[in-house]
Design a protein around this ligand. Structure first.
Ligand code: FAD
Ligand code: NAD
Length: 482
């Protein structure tokens, strides 16, 4: 007799495991199928985010930031450090420990919430039937009233630079280097290119980033992107825009290197690297997930087609996270997982897709939510802008970490906050205050009338809000109003 559940979730990344836990909390009998095996060939839950994404990359960003702090930023505080040295294998081992702690944590959450975690490959063979193929090849069928597809995404590779995970790596390989490459190439100046490029640049690699587009971070507010390019270039990232990679040659010498050919405004170019990270985006992953007979529709880019409530074209089958449209972000998938679970329990939950925060975890961090100036101009919306530089923040100066600014945009007629764009230390956490404010439709005046603790980095939000209405206190106002 086939096992029966109310809900079967395929994939235990942030979209899948959160959906499974919430379903179980709401009283639905739930299983979550996962095929991921870690380095020790053990099944682990948590998907890309916990195993090779958000968490390990932030572990390396934090380690490498501490190295830069120790090496460059202690003397000013009067702290003398004679010799700072980097032990890369220890840094990587710490990262693995953090990953292990969190993936074991998800297993514990499954147990606590009575979610059955099932190891193996799941395939939707009918709208209410999933075939599980275990790692030993044995198979079993599971039936479910509802199925949630959460199979995630994988890195895109490009023909000129095939990945060998040794000299040419994707983001996963870039989390495993056992020594600092002398010359590191990165293809793609997107989120991964900048975060992982920063890690290795901080540790001493000469990093060149080749970006096909002529604009730097085109999705980011222009003023913030310009500031980011300036700061990251100063930190040693050589970012070449308008660089189209055309080919590559691996050297046959014992110490491998790769020569990358590209074309830019000045013509054909060649550059040699010891390691190359290819970070040109991710694509939805649906390999061996769907039997054609079920008829799940995908769009032209391979994403499973869903409506605003993450329902597919087949009744009772849902899809969430990176495998569906929208930004490929862990928190977007988590919210979709919660939405679907709650809708199965007859709640009317809806994700607010207008308020998905984005963060690039360089130092300083780059974070934004809502509309930027360019988008508002294109839409013909009139708006006020308030900016506040961290160089005028007492707390940022006290911490000797005062690069960047806050930029707040409010509707000129209603004063409602339309967007917030930050480059600065702790920008991710600061931005969240504005995400909450915007979720409650706050105006710039509301923020201006709110008391902020002093001294705190968040005072920059307060001042930017005041500046939007022409009465910042701790900086001159472009437009002065009463
Ligand atoms: P995934 O996390 O990809 O999980 C899908 C899971 O499904 C996998 O475990 C896979 O093994 C499993 N699976 C697939 N098919 C099957 C099947 N047929 N049967 C069983 N199991 C299956 N996002 C952020 O928001 N913040 C960050 O800081 C951030 N940093 C990142 C850094 C890096 C280097 C990378 C690569 C990504 C980063 N992301 C970040 C993106 C984030 O990791 C993804 O958006 C998120 O993991 C997507 O969640 P998901 O659950 O949709 O899919
Ligand atoms: P991305 O889309 O952020 O950046 C890819 C970059 O590569 C783009 O700038 C693109 O123009 C460039 N590119 C594409 N093809 C190229 C080519 N042939 N030559 C040179 N440049 C080329 O993708 P990513 O950095 O790979 O990240 C993948 C996904 O993972 C993103 O959607 C992102 O949301 C997610 N992610 C998020 C975080 C975070 O939230 N902090 C961190 C890492 C990854």
């Amino acid at each position: 007799m086939a096992k029966q559940y109310d809900v079967v979730v395929i994939g235990s990344g942030p979209a899948g495991y959160v959906a499974a836990i919430r379903c179980a909390q709401l009283g639905l009998s739930t299983a979550c199928i996962e095929k991921w095996l870690n380095k020790e060939a053990k099944t682990v839950f948590g998907g890309t985010c916990l195993n090779v994404g958000c968490i390990p990359s932030k572990a390396l960003l934090d380690s490498s930031h501490k190295y830069v702090e120790a090496q460059q930023h202690m003397a000013v505080h009067g702290i003398k450090i004679d010799k700072v040295a980097m032990d890369v294998p220890t840094m990587i081992a710490r990262k693995d420990k953090v990953v292990n702690q969190l993936t074991v944590g998800v297993k514990g959450l499954f147990t606590a919430n009575q979610v059955d975690g099932i190891a193996g490959q799941g395939k939707l063979i009918a709208k209410d039937k999933v075939l599980v193929t275990a790692h030993d090849g044995s198979q079993e069928e599971i039936t479910a009233k509802y199925v949630i597809l959460a199979s995630g995404s994988v890195p895109v590779d490009i023909p000129p630079t095939p990945i060998d995970q040794e000299t040419v790596v994707d983001s996963t390989g870039a989390l495993e280097f056992q020594e600092v490459p002398k010359r590191l190439g990165v293809i793609g100046a997107g989120v991964i290119g900048l975060e992982l490029g920063s890690v290795w640049a901080r540790l001493g690699a000469e990093v060149t980033v080749l970006e096909a587009l002529g604009d730097f971070l085109p999705a980011v507010d222009r003023q913030i992107a310009k500031e980011a390019l300036k700061i990251l270039s100063r930190q040693g990232l050589h970012i070449k825009l308008g660089a189209r990679v055309t080919g590559s040659k691996l050297s046959k010498a014992a110490k491998k290197s790769i020569t990358v050919e590209y074309t830019d405004a000045e013509g054909d170019q060649k550059v040699q690297f010891d390691k190359l990270i290819v970070a040109v985006g991710r694509r939805p992953y649906t390999e061996a997930l769907l039997d054609d007979s079920v008829g799940i529709e995908k769009d032209e880019r391979g994403f499973i087609r869903v409506n605003d409530q993450c329902a597919t074209n087949i009744p009772n089958v849902y899809a969430v996270g990176d495998v569906v449209r929208g930004p490929m972000l862990a928190h977007k998938g988590m919210e979709e997982g919660v939405m679907v679970a709650e809708r199965l329990a007859d709640k009317k939950t809806q994700v607010n897709y207008d308020l998905v925060p984005s963060v690039i975890y360089t130092h300083p961090e780059i974070a934004w939510v809502g509309k930027n100036e360019e988008e508002l101009q294109a839409a013909g919306t009139e708006y006020n802008v308030g900016t506040f530089p961290f160089a005028a923040s007492g707390r940022a100066l006290a911490a000797n970490d005062a690069e960047g600014m806050v930029k707040l945009i409010a509707d000129a007629k209603t004063d409602r906050i339309l967007g917030c764009h930050i480059i600065g230390a702790s920008a991710a956490d600061l931005l969240q205050e504005m995400v909450i404010a915007m979720e409650f439709s706050a105006s710039a005046e509301d923020i201006g009338l709110t008391m902020f603790s002093h001294p705190a980095l968040s005072e920059a939000l307060h001042e930017a809000a005041l500046a939007a209405n022409g009465h910042a206190i701790h900086i001159g106002n472009r437009k002065r109003r009463k």
